[in-house]
Write a protein that binds this ligand. Structure first.
Ligand SMILES: Nc1nc2c(c(=O)[nH]1)N[C@H]1C(S)=C(S)[C@@H](COP(=O)(O)O)O[C@H]1N2
Ligand SMILES: [Mo]
Length: 326
């Protein structure tokens, strides 16, 4: 597929959600009514290499929100990915030449099974699911994104973590030749993030490999990234090459850069302000109805505790002071 620049995207594509969602209905009935179309659990996930290639065998998820997803153009042109620049339109512009293949992932640390795996082998034993999630950035904007991914729990189980594996630590690719933002010192590279094992095993946590039913675009973290929908967006680390099972709490890149502002947990919490701004409300990108990612016109809405996923995740933090553990 040709690289899509905003000028090449037809207005019909920008509002092509109708077409997209009727395709989803087909998927849905294919899975649940047709039954035999998909093999169900154990269906081998395949990841085509071509940009924008359609993913097949996607199963819908009970965890999807029924809110209207942002258009493809918002999700793929308004990004945060400092490896490709610090501006919101930099990743779209600077990640086009990035070649996310071949790709391998190294699993190390406190687990029975460790080693380096080709991406294809890493995802193959799993079933692809569509997960429509809210993404709430710490900078008080949000979007609704139809990811395609794999529950992280099913990936983790394959590696048989040992009982002293208390956390997972993730690293993004470090390759300044391929990631121009890494030639400067905007952050310490590689980008690092971490989760507790309970957070990583939670059914809402996924590794995303696609969006809108297609292979993940480079600017969104190709070929594989974390999605933790109840946490601020910075926890959802992109373009992962290393996964470590560890006993010690990992320190994330933002936590290291600004520990007074960014903590390990980073749960979305409207009651705990960032030292420099309120977290009580957020702007839904594009919601002003005037087309492209206008953060300025976007309507403000209340931010929900745990980004609206409290019923599913609040128990993970019982007894924890969320003011101290921000
Ligand atoms: N490696 C890496 N991962 C990253 C970032 C980054 O700069 N580098 N930015 C984070 C932040 S702050 C957000 S809000 C989300 C944005 O994801 P999106 O661009 O797909 O919407 O990615 C997160 N993952
Ligand atoms: Mo963010």
């Amino acid at each position: 597929m040709l690289i899509r620049k905003p000028a090449d995207i037809k207005p019909s594509e920008i509002t092509s959600k109708d077409a997209y969602f009727s395709r989803r209905e087909i998927l849905r009935t294919g899975v649940y009514a047709g039954g035999s179309l998909l093999a169900g659990p154990g269906l081998a996930a395949t990841l085509p290499e071509a940009r924008g290639a359609k993913l097949s065998g996607i199963v819908p998820s009970e965890f999807s929100t029924d809110e209207e997803p942002n258009p493809y153009i918002d999700i793929t042109t308004y990004n945060n990915f400092w490896e490709f620049g610090t501006g919101k339109s930099d990743p779209f512009r600077n990640a086009q030449d990035f070649e996310p293949r071949p790709w391998s992932i190294t699993v190390s640390g406190e687990a029975e099974v460790t080693g380096t795996f080709d991406l294809e082998d890493f995802v193959k034993p799993h079933t692809l699911e569509e997960r429509i999630y809210r993404l709430r950035c710490v900078e008080a904007w949000s979007m609704v994104i139809p990811w395609v991914g794999i529950p992280l729990a099913s990936i983790i189980k394959q590696f048989k973590p040992l009982s002293n594996a208390k956390y997972l630590r993730f690293e993004t690719l470090h390759d300044p030749e391929r990631m121009p933002g890494q030639r400067g010192r905007s952050l310490r590279w590689p980008y690092v993030e971490g989760l507790t094992m309970a957070e990583a095993m939670h059914p809402l946590t996924i590794f995303a490999v696609g969006l809108y039913g297609e292979v993940l675009p480079n600017q969104n973290g190709a070929p594989i990234r974390l999605i933790v929908p109840w946490k601020y967006g910075f926890k959802s680390i992109k373009s992962i090459v290393n996964i470590e099972f560890t006993e010690r709490q990992p320190r994330g890149s933002w936590q290291r850069a600004q520990p007074q502002e960014y903590g390990f947990y980073a749960n979305v919490n409207p009651n705990v302000d960032h030292p420099r701004w309120s977290q009580a409300r957020e702007r839904r990108i594009g919601s002003a109805g005037d087309g492209l990612q206008s953060i300025f016109g976007a309507k403000k809405q209340e931010t929900l505790m745990f980004n609206g996923y409290g019923e599913q995740v609040a128990h993970l933090y019982e007894g924890l002071d969320l003011r101290k553990n921000y």
